[in-house]
Design a protein around this ligand. Sequence first.
Ligand SMILES: C[S@@+](CC[C@H](N)C(=O)[O-])C[C@H]1O[C@@H](n2cnc3c(N)ncnc32)[C@H](O)[C@@H]1O
Length: 366
Amino acid sequence: MTLGAELARLIRAAGPISIAHYMSEALANPRLGYYTTRDPFGAEGDFITAPEVSQMFGEMVGLWCVDLWERLGRPARFHLAEAGPGRGTLIRDALRAARVQPAFTATAQLHLIEVSPTLRTLQADALAGVAVGGGPTWHAEFATVPDDAPLILISNELLDALPIHQYQRTRQGWRERLVDCAGENAFRIVLAAEPPEDLRHLPAALAGAPIGAIAEISPAAHALIEQVARRVVATGGAALMIDIGRTESTPGETLQAVKRHAGHPVFERPGESDLAAYVDFAALVQSARAAGARTFGPTTQGAFLAALGIAARAGRLQAGKPPEQAARIDAERRRLVDADQMGALFKVVAIADPELAALAGFAAAP
Ligand SMILES: C[S@@+](CC[C@H](N)C(=O)[O-])C[C@H]1O[C@@H](n2cnc3c(N)ncnc32)[C@H](O)[C@@H]1O
C-alpha cells in the first residue's frame, strides 16, 4: 500500500490530521517516508544542498568549528554533532578542513543525528577512513547526545524539514488547517471547527494579522532549539544552523514540495517528494534566548561565507587549474554566496553559551 493510501485510510477512520502529522509521515514514515526510502540529493535526485554544490561549504563550516573550539579554550574532549547530515558530505568536508588543528579532530567525539537508515549508511560510507577522537555514533534525536563535555553542533537544511502546523486567521480567531481526504489518494485542506489548544509559539508579530492570513509554526523546531540552547548553556559550546527562511515573523504559506528539481503539489503522492517550509528565524531566536542562550544572527549565508573567507579558499582551489575548472569553482562559489542564488534566501544563526562574546562569521552579538 502507498503512503497516500495509508494516510487516506487513517483520515477516513479518525478524521482530518494536522499538516505536521502529514509532513512527518511523508518525510520520515519508517517504511514509506521520503528520507527513509531514498538518497534524494544531487543532479540525479530531487534537489541539491549547499554541501553538495561545493566542498568549500563544508570546509568553511569546519574552519568555523575549529575557531569555536579555540574560543572554548581547546577542550580536551568535546562533542561534535551534526543534525540531519544527508549524505555526510558536509561533515566529511568539515573534518578534512579541520585537520589544520590536529588536536581538534583527535579529541572530537562525533555524533550524527539522523532518522533515515538509508542516509545513515551513506554517512558511514562518506566517513570511512576519517579519524576522530570517538564515534561516529548515530542518534534518532538530539536528546541522546551526551552532555558531559562542550558541544559543537552544525546543521544545514534540517529545520526546514521539521513538521509545521498551519493556522488561518478567521473572524472567530485562529483555526488550524487540517488535511482531509478527498477521494482515493486525494487530499484537501479543511479548517478545524474549534480553536487550537496550543498557540504558545504564535509570534507576537502575527497577533494582528488580517483575516485569511496563514501562520506556520514548527513546535518540533522550537523544541530542538530549546534543547540545544539549554545544552550549550549547561556544557559550553554553540550550534550553527543554516537554513532557508526569513528573519522576521511574517504571515504566509511557504510549505512546498520538490521533486526532480521542480515544484510538486504538496498533497500529491506523499512520501515521493521532499517537503520543506521556510524557517521563522525570529521566532526560533526568541526561544533560544528564553532558554538562556546568546544568539548570533540571523545573517545571510552569503555574508557568513564571505566573512569566513570563501573567496580566498576559491582562489586557492583555482590556482594552477585549467580555465574551465577554475570557472566552475567560481560558479560554485557564486551559487553559494550570490544574493540571487543561495546567498540571501539561506540564513545562518548561532545559538551559544552566553560566555561566548563573539563568533566567526557574525557581527558582534547584542
Ligand atoms: C534536506 S536534508 C539536508 C541534508 C544535509 N544536511 C545537506 O545539507 O545536504 C534533511 C536531512 O535531515 C534528516 N532529517 C529529517 N527529519 C529529521 C528529524 N526529525 N531528525 C533528524 N534528522 C532528520 C534527513 O534524513 C536528511 O538527512
